[in-house]
Design a protein around this ligand. Structure first.
Ligand code: TXA
Ligand code: MG
Length: 350
């Protein structure tokens, strides 16, 4: 494992030089974190098994979790995938470059380690100049999962990457904060009926407008756990270095009442409580720490700030993060609530 991480600060004067140096590292089988429009990715040559292995090692990622391969052209995609259905081309034409990942049958050239041994490969063309130029200059398809330690929120700034992976990877290209903030929509195009495997900024509706009916192939863990919340100490006394996330979903008023009630309960037990709130609810409740996600009528803002918010509150060493899930769960809100449900140890629907 590497011990020095080179940081490229991208600005207009040294754009080409930095990209070329980073591209050389990719060619040499090294790991380079780079921005995409969604989140930062940790990249390596997708067809070099030894290089891909170092991605798994740096992140502590289980080997059976396949990586997304990033390409800069349709031709590059065709080098890696076979039997590409017409509908997949329709989606590429409409949404690439952009936050949509297509699962397609893979060609043999793609190593097992990249696909977790599956006979499919995940492909996407990111909408970010640094990412595209890195792929072009290296001449490689770049495998890149989100550039966080496995289990942590995805990184939306280079500093998040540095916090998690400094000394574990060869380089980071700092291209500023990302635009989207949640990872790409993943759609399986390798079987008869296309299925969304992960919601993202590109919604089911937008996709169905292009290719007709698709199915939902992921499960959101939703359960009602109000009983346990009445004795929240049970959760709280379990020591954990990272905060316990509790998500409260429902209409604004009832969510606020519930969060306030839990806040008092936790505080009375001496817990340090962080609040992840929509702007509308700023100052209606006051925790020990708080982070504002953005306005409910601007769901893209919520998506953009989500992971930074979770990281911010974790850094403040709060014991519990109470999250306001009262925003609309349609459009990109579907992706936001999906990520929050994943982060949450407890979900309360009221
Ligand atoms: O926006 C994104 O997609 C970011 C940026 C860096 O491009 N990448 C990202 O990668 O989120 P990662 O590894 O964190 O998530 C990839 C997801 C995982 O849930 C993985 O299981 C799934 O895609 N995946 C990859 N290849 C697959 C395959 N062949 N079949 C099914 N799922 C696959
Ligand atoms: Mg990830």
């Amino acid at each position: 494992m590497t011990s020095r991480t080179c940081i490229f600060h991208i600005d207009e004067c040294d754009f080409e030089k930095s990209i070329n140096e980073a591209a050389k590292m990719i060619k040499d089988g090294k790991t380079v974190a780079f921005p995409t429009e969604t989140v930062y990715g940790l990249g390596a040559d997708a067809l070099n098994p030894a290089a891909v292995k170092t991605i798994f090692e740096a992140k502590g990622r289980p080997a059976d979790n396949p990586l997304i391969v990033h390409v800069a052209s349709k031709e590059q995609c065709e080098e890696l995938a076979r039997n590409i259905p017409e509908k997949a081309y329709t989606l590429m034409d409409r949404f690439w470059q952009g936050p949509l990942t297509l699962i397609l049958k893979r060609k043999e050239i793609v190593p097992d380690i990249t696909t977790g041994g599956l006979d499919t490969v995940a492909l996407r063309m990111p909408d970010n100049e640094i990412a595209i130029e890195l792929i072009r200059a290296s001449g490689k398809a770049i495998a890149a999962p989100s550039a966080n330690l496995s289990g942590k929120p995805s990184p939306t700034t280079a500093n998040h990457v540095i916090d998690d992976l400094f000394g574990r990877i060869d380089a980071v290209i700092d291209g500023g904060a990302v635009r989207v903030g949640v990872e790409s929509t993943v759609i399986d195009m390798s079987s008869e009926v296309p299925a969304i495997l992960r919601p993202g900024m590109i919604s089911q509706d937008e996709i169905e407008k292009e290719i007709g009916d698709i199915i939902i192939g992921y499960e959101d863990k939703v359960h009602q756990d109000i009983e346990k919340v009445r004795s929240p100490g049970m959760k709280y006394t379990h020591y954990s270095p990272d905060a316990t996330v509790i998500l409260v979903e429902g209409e604004n008023e009832t969510v606020i009442v519930k969060i306030r009630e839990m806040l008092d309960d936790f505080k009375s037990q001496g817990a340090k409580v962080g609040l992840l709130l929509t702007d509308e609810n700023n100052e209606t409740i006051v925790g020990n720490e708080q982070f504002l996600l953005g306005r409910k009528d601007r769901p893209r803002e919520l998506a953009c700030n989500l992971f930074a918010g979770l990281r911010y509150l974790d850094e403040k060493n709060v014991d519990v993060i109470l999250t306001d899930g009262s925003f609309s769960h349609s459009g990109v809100g579907t992706a936001v609530v999906n990520r929050l449900r994943k982060a949450a140890e407890m979900i309360i629907k009221i």
